[in-house]
Design a binder for this molecule. Structure first.
Ligand code: GLC
Ligand code: GLC
Length: 649
């Protein structure tokens, strides 16, 4: 018998014994209609992972009840949005979309305060706001909120669930999408499930990976990567209370969920639907690469992780089709691509572009960027990159060693160089960064720091170096300019837009000082926003720089939004005849073409005008300066760090 036949019979039986009387007539019809479309996939995925377990169908039936309840509690306004989004599913490929990620306490400091920041978001052109974890979490260190104790409760210092829903609808009214984190690889050790496990409840002990002794953990350990070696060696933590080893990929208080247990899948689906129903347009799948464990592997990017994410996606299609998934896979570029699919994650962070933009700034060379983007930039037309420069985490040098090798770059040495460069240990470096998660066993290291400090503003301001300040600002605008133009949703990281410097105060905070990522988690206060909005005048060199960065970004965003070519279009990465320049072309079905040319060096660079023939035009206009560029024989001249957005006339 084929799977398709199996699944329709299965659905028939499940529906025959599922009480839909609590749903309105319309909802019941919607529910059965959507099940008809999406259940076959859900069935295939679910039975692929859990089919060998005697109680698989029992749990599958329960899952359908969870979906029914999810639809029942979805608000009318969100159901309306579901229908709108189903009609224009590719909203996230629109040139209007510009994102910003921020911590509520660093921008609010409460959810209610964020209402006052809406004009600021709008002034910058932001249409998507990612509020980093705002859920109930342990006091003190909670990995910046990524250790969730209750998905249904807002951290009391930020407000209440009601406040969050109010904010979600206020944002929606202003055309701003809310993005929330779905932290589903682990919970905190204070989550009700973990607490029950700690009390010895077997059912909840099966929600996690607990081991009586170190035998099995040691077997896994042989092939695992250490994520936070500065906190604790290995991936397991001994718990005195239950006298067991707990799988803790990240911090010791973050317990990995056991997805080989279908009950966990169901329970977390219920939490996911709750977050969808708060009014989020997208859920950021935190640490999704780690959700499936397989002995003898590194337990990242396993096939069943993909199958499970596809199953979650089916659940969303049935209950809340307006909501899309954003993949946070900070892994090898080939693995990043595997999460990107209409049926898996419609959106994905682009860690490769991010890391290689920084690489090109340090080396002033673009060949690794060009070669890597040629190999890895193209994704499905139904999906979109989320292109970013900085975020609340570290920068990991996740480029493909094979591409580096082809170019004669030794990957190990090169990563060493990048770490030295960005932590300011390399002679002549402009950057002020901090090393992160140095691993004494294998020499691995990552880098933290704010956009401005890594681009040289911190050092230049300290030295009162006007030329240095100038260059730092140009570097920042160059990196962001590429995220605005290359294709995908650009995602600003709050505090970047006003060029805030590293915040070293975490070093005096017991709950933060061991985690250097806090250096780039920086408050944006009312003075900052007033300055950016032109309500106060800058009183210092730093203030003047902030204002220039903000206006520079604002201008580029404004231009992005005016032209369809920044929305749905194909990107072609081109070879540039100049090793300091990065060149790509965009082309859409209307025949519009855009050539983007970027200079990564602090010196003037030239490019042959023949490049313009790639866009097949006699003349073009640089959207950034408004200058006309015609096909004469003289080369195109780029000022230090200049970029041109050449739209064919
Ligand atoms: C993601 C988050 C990071 C967190 C980790 C564990 O990578 O971005 O901040 O530490 O997941 O949840
Ligand atoms: C993920 C990423 C890693 C990052 C960590 C938290 O594990 O792979 O690069 O540092 O999350 O920051």
């Amino acid at each position: 018998m084929s799977y398709a036949a199996d699944s329709s019979l299965c659905l028939e039986r499940i529906l025959a014994s599922t009480d839909l009387s609590g749903l309105s007539k319309k909802d019941a019809a919607t529910f059965t209609k959507r099940l008809k479309v999406h259940f076959p996939r859900l069935f295939t995925n679910y039975t692929y992972v859990y089919g060998h377990q005697y109680d698989c169908y029992f749990h599958l039936q329960k899952l359908i009840e969870i979906l029914r309840d999810g639809l029942k509690s979805r608000k009318p306004a969100l159901k309306k949005l579901d229908n709108e989004r189903l009609k224009s599913p590719l909203w996230y490929r629109d040139q209007q979309q510009v994102g910003m990620a921020c911590y509520v306490d660093l921008m609010g400091p409460t959810l209610n305060d964020l209402h006052d920041k809406i004009p600021y978001f709008k002034a910058l052109g932001v249409t998507y706001v990612h509020l980093m974890p705002l859920y109930d979490a342990p006091k003190g260190d909670s990995d910046g909120g990524y250790a969730v104790s209750d998905y249904r409760k807002v951290n009391s210092s930020l407000g209440t669930m009601k406040d969050l829903e109010k904010l979600a609808s206020a944002l929606q009214k202003e055309g701003i999408n809310l993005v929330l984190d779905f932290v589903f690889n682990h919970t905190s050790d204070e989550h009700a499930w973990a607490k029950a496990a700690l009390k010895g409840d077997k059912q909840f002990q099966n929600y996690y990976y607990l081991f009586d002794d170190k035998t099995i953990p040691d077997q896994y350990e042989e092939t695992l990567r250490e994520i936070f070696p500065q906190v604790r060696r290995g991936s397991f933590t001994y718990n005195e209370q239950i006298k067991k080893w707990v799988w803790t990929t990240f911090n010791s208080f973050q317990w990995d969920l056991n997805y080989s247990n279908p009950e966990v899948f169901n329970a977390i689906t219920s939490e996911m639907l709750f977050l969808a129903n708060v009014g989020s347009a997208a859920l950021r799948l935190d640490a999704l690469a780690f959700i499936w464990k397989e002995l003898g592997t590194n337990c990242e990017n396993q096939e069943k992780a993909h199958v499970l994410i596809q199953a979650f996606n089916c659940c969303l299609q049935i209950v809340a089709p307006a909501v899309v998934f954003k993949s946070e896979a900070i892994v090898h570029p080939d693995e990043v691509l595997k999460y990107i699919d209409k049926d898996e994650c419609q959106l994905s962070y682009n860690p490769l572009l991010m890391a290689l933009l920084w690489n090109s700034l340090a080396t002033r060379k673009t060949r690794l960027l060009t070669q890597s983007m040629k190999k890895s930039f193209a994704i499905s037309d139904e999906c979109s990159w989320v292109n970013y420069v900085r975020c609340h985490d570290d920068i990991g040098w996740t480029f493909d060693d094979a591409v580096a090798d082809e170019l004669g770059i030794n990957p190990f040495d090169h990563r060493y160089f990048l770490n030295q460069f960005y932590t300011g240990r390399f002679e002549g470096s402009f950057a002020n960064g901090v090393p992160f998660a140095e691993n004494p066993s294998n020499g691995d290291c990552r880098v933290c720091g704010s956009l401005a400090s890594l681009c040289g503003l911190e050092g230049a301001l300290q030295a009162n170096d006007t030329k240095g300040i100038e260059e730092a600002i140009k570097r920042m605008l160059l990196l962001y300019g590429i995220t605005f133009s290359i294709g995908g949703i650009p995602l600003l990281y709050s505090s970047d837009e006003i060029g805030k410097l590293n915040d070293y105060s975490y070093r005096f905070d017991e709950s933060k000082k061991h985690d250097d990522r806090w250096v780039n988690r920086i408050a944006v206060n009312n003075e900052d926003t007033a300055l950016a909005l032109g309500q106060t005048a800058p009183a210092s060199l730093a203030g003047m720089a902030s204002l220039r960065i903000f206006s520079g970004l604002q201008k580029m965003i404004g231009i992005r939004k005016q032209y369809a070519i920044f929305g749905q279009a194909q990107t072609h990465i081109l070879d540039s005849d100049n090793q300091h320049c990065f060149v790509f072309m965009r082309e859409n079905t209307k025949g519009e073409k855009l050539l983007v040319v970027c200079n990564f060096s602090e010196h003037e660079q030239q490019l042959p005008r023949s490049l313009l023939t790639t866009v097949d035009c006699i003349s073009s206009v640089d959207l950034l300066s408004g200058d006309k560029v015609s096909m004469e024989s003289t080369p195109i001249v780029l000022a230090p760090f200049q970029q041109l957005w050449l739209l064919a006339d």
